[in-house]
Structure formats: C-alpha cells, structure tokens
Design a protein around this ligand. Structure first.
Ligand code: HEC
Length: 467
C-alpha cells in the first residue's frame, strides 16, 4: 500500500505469509485438539482408566499456552498486516462479511471461556458435565472454522456472488464444501499429531502407549480423508484457477512435491509410532510438527498463488484496483477511470510534482507507478525476496520490445498479473522505469533491432479464458 506501508526487500505480502503461516500451527491445534480430548476423557470414564486424565491435563495446558497465547498474538498480527498492506481488500471482505466475522468472534469467545472452565473443573464437576464442556469447546472451535473457511473460499471462488452480491451466494461458493471437508479431516490428523508429541513426554508407559496408539490411528484416517478431499478441491476450482494451478511458472513443481512429501513422511510416522509407541519422543515429535508446517504452508500457498492476480477473484486485484463491474452492488471497475485520469491522479498521496509526467520526472513517476501497481507482488529492489522486478524484467527480455505500448501489452498477456491501468504517458513512464532496472552494461533502451519476444499462443488462450 503506497506509501502507507512499504516494506523494501521483503515485500509486505511475505510478511503476511510469515505471520499467517505461523498462525496455522497454534490455530489448527486449537480447532482440533478437543475432539481428541473428549474422546480420551470418554474412554477414561467408560473403561475406568482415571490415569488417562493425566494426559488430558497436560494436553489442555499445551493448548492454553501455545494456542491461546501465540495463536492470539499471530491472529491479531494477521489483521494488522492485512489492514495496512491491503486496506481495500480487507474493506471488501468486511463489507460483505461483517456478520460472518461477528459470529465467528462469538464462537471464539465461547472457545476461550470453555477451555478455562474445562481446565479448572477437571475432576471437580461430574463427568457428564465436564464432557459437555469439552464438547462445547470442540463444536465452537469447529464452527469458527466453518465460518472462516467460507470467507477464505469466497476470496478464491466467489461464484454467484459476482452476479448477486448475496452473502450466502458468496459463502456457499464452489470450493467451499471441498475445502471445509478437507480441513475438517485434516484437523483430526493434526489433533493426533500433537497428541503424540504430548503423550511422548508422559512417564506412565501404559497411558503413553494407549494415547499414542489411538492418536496415530486418528492421524492416518484424517490424513487419508484430507488427501481425498484435496483432490476434490482441485476439481472444484474455477477454470482459471485450474489453469493457473497447471502452470508451473506460478506453482513451481517443488510446492506440490512438498505437500506430497509431508503427507508421506507423516503417514509413515503415524505407522511407526502405532507399532512402536515408545519411539514417540519429544524431538522427533517436534520435527513432525515442522514437517506438518511445511506441508500446510505449501498447500496454503497454492491457494494464494492460484488466486492471482486477484485478492477477490474477478472482483479486486491484488493491487487494490477493482477489476470488474458489479451492477448488483452498484460498483464499477476502476480501470476505465484510471485509464482516463491516470493512476498518479487517482491514487492518494502521490507528490504534487509527480502527478503530471514530463521529460524530467519520467523515471521517478515510473517508479511510483510500479510501487502502486506492482509492489503487491514484486519487490522493487534487485535483492528483494518477492519476485524482484529487476530480475523479472531481465527474465522477460523486456528490452526487446520496441514501444511502451507493446511492453505493457506483453505484461498484460500474463493471466496472473493485473491488467495495467493508466494513461499512455504512464505506460511510457513505467516502461522507462522497467528498462532502467536492467543491470548496468546492458542495453537500457527499447531495442527493436533485438529479436522480439512474442506472446505465446498458450498465454493468449489462458488470457481469453481469464477475462
Ligand atoms: C497479482 C500479483 C502481481 C502483480 C500485481 C504484478 N505481477 Fe508481475 N508477476 C507476477 C507473477 C506471479 C509472475 C511470475 C513470477 C515468476 O516467473 O516467478 C510475474 C512475472 C512478471 C514478469 C516476468 C514475466 C516473464 O516473462 O516471465 C515481469 C516483467 C513482471 N511480472 C512485471 C510486473 C510489473 C511491471 C507489474 C506492475 C505493473 C507487475 N508485474 C504486477 C505477479 C504479479
């Protein structure tokens, strides 16, 4: 978000990715663990094994500290980071789903109350009441996931909402059910994985092996179901997202490989500890959580990548420009206005001297245009972490394009980048800036004599599909 929050080198998108990915670890534990707790507590009463409660006490304490301290901190961190880096995106999501978030917070409060009551009343109230408190937590946490998944899936595949603007049309969107079922199965596996780590630290060998044997079965069943629903999720993707999924520019092969490898390693780990519960020590357990993290991080990053160039598919680009008209809400695409007025006039905070382009401020104006329209996905520095523009420009061979118009046309042909919005002068300024990013020594000018790089037939096909 120029110029409110700009993060040289790292790029704001990566900050969100880091905070949100860390958040996965405590939040998934918080949504999953109580199903396992209630299951174990019930067993302990039914089979008259009070010693199992020793595990529950420990497990709940881990959830309280890890999920409720670090989970809350990172959860609030996500809100801060997305608000400063993409205020229009967050505004769009809040305007449509304010009641969604509000009800999610109600369930979140239920969760917080329930976990404290559960922890402090263990062994002090009658068994049935205590189990009910555990169940209230488990269901409350799951419902908060039911709601959040709707909103996340809405951003990827808003479905009928694009026509009607209706709350439930966007909520029950084409990828909602597969995502919900995938996440629901997966949290059972995650509950098992964390339970194995906690049980590994118990002294009582019998309790330890009882818990680990059950938890590993949960792990195996949850993983297999999640993998099946993941397949369904891929099938349910809108055409455009599916095309993007197949493009290995956008999703390097390594990413699905990490997801598959994490699945296999964890599955083997569940089998190993199921056979030999005594092997479930703390260190391998924590390593397993790191592997889980790598897998989940990669899977979530697939969603973020295939949503490109949008924050909300076919409605809002990552760079906060509204891409399509939405008559049902009386919203017009920003592109026409920006093409007429110019992005430098249209954006707030652009210094007066740069609003009108002349021969002396061309380069500077070009840089600001790149800040506004490109920096959501590219860092401008050559040592940047997030798709640094200088190496992108070099990779694309942009100097071989002979006019600014052609250069921007070339960029517009990529389905994963927003359509450039701005005046002809602004295109020239951006082109001048991009060409200036060439490493010293190269021909920093439009060079028609060099062989032109044309847009491939494949790109054109995908672009047609996309717009
Ligand atoms: C929505 C995110 C997004 C935005 C905004 C965006 N890009 Fe990109 N851009 C990408 C992605 C993703 C790639 C592919 C990355 C790769 O090849 O590793 C890419 C690749 C490129 C490339 C290399 C193309 C090639 O030949 O492979 C150039 C040049 C580029 N972008 C320039 C720009 C410019 C200039 C802007 C601003 C006008 C911009 N991008 C805005 C996401 C974006």
């Amino acid at each position: 978000m120029y110029p409110v929050w700009q993060l040289p080198v790292a790029g704001s998108a990566l900050v969100i990715a880091f905070i949100a990915s860390f958040h996965i670890l405590p939040s998934h534990l918080a949504t999953s663990a109580f199903w396992f707790n209630v299951y174990v507590e019930n067993k302990s009463y039914k089979e008259n094994k009070p010693e199992l409660l020793e595990f529950i006490k420990k497990y709940v304490l881990v959830i309280l500290i890890f999920s409720f301290v670090f989970g809350s901190l990172s959860g609030v961190g996500i809100w801060y980071a997305i608000t400063v880096s993409n205020p229009k995106g967050i505004s769009a999501v809040i305007h449509n789903y304010v009641w969604g978030w509000a009800s999610e917070w109600v369930f979140f409060i239920i969760e917080i109350l329930a976990i404290y009551i559960y922890y402090y009343t263990l062994g002090k109230v009658d068994k049935k009441t205590h189990l009910t408190i555990g169940l209230i937590y488990a269901i409350g946490a799951w419902i908060s996931m039911v709601i959040i998944t709707g909103i996340i899936a809405f951003m990827l595949s808003p479905g009928q909402w694009l026509k009607t603007g209706g709350f439930f049309d966007g909520f029950f969107n084409p990828t909602y059910l597969p995502q919900l079922l995938m996440r629901t199965s997966h949290i059972f596996a995650i509950a098992g994985l964390y339970a194995i780590v906690v049980a590994g630290t118990l002294k009582n060998r019998e309790v330890k092996s009882f818990i680990i044997k059950k938890a590993s079965l949960w792990g195996m069943a949850g993983s297999v179901l999640a993998a099946l629903f993941f397949k369904w999720y891929l099938w349910s993707l809108p055409n455009t997202a599916e095309e993007l999924y197949k493009m290995n520019v956008l999703i390097p092969d390594i990413i699905p490989h990490v997801v598959a490898a994490a699945f296999i390693v964890l599955f083997v780990w569940f089998i190993v500890v199921w056979i030999r519960p005594q092997w479930a020590r703390l260190i391998p357990g924590i390593l397993a959580i790191f592997i889980l993290f790598a897998g989940v991080f990669s899977a979530e990053s697939i969603r973020e990548r295939i949503r490109k160039p949008y924050v909300i598919d076919h409605y809002l680009y990552s760079n906060q420009i509204i891409s399509n008209d939405m008559p049902s809400k009386n919203i017009k695409s920003n592109i026409g206005d920006i093409d007429r007025e110019g992005i430098l006039h249209y954006s707030y905070f652009v210094p007066e001297g740069l609003k009108t382009i002349n021969n002396t401020n061309m380069l500077q104006a070009g840089e600001i245009i790149a800040q506004i329209e490109c920096s959501a996905c590219h860092t401008l520095e050559s040592n940047g972490w997030l798709r640094p523009l200088p190496s992108m420009v070099e990779k694309a061979g942009l100097i071989s394009v002979d006019t600014a118009q052609a250069l921007i046309g070339f960029l517009n042909a990529f389905p994963f980048m927003p359509q450039f919005a701005g005046t002809v002068r602004e295109k020239e300024a951006l082109a001048t800036y991009l060409v200036s990013l060439y490493p010293p020594g190269s021909k920093a000018a439009y060079a028609p004599e060099l062989q032109r790089r044309s847009v491939s037939a494949d790109h054109i096909k995908i672009v047609k599909l996309h717009r």
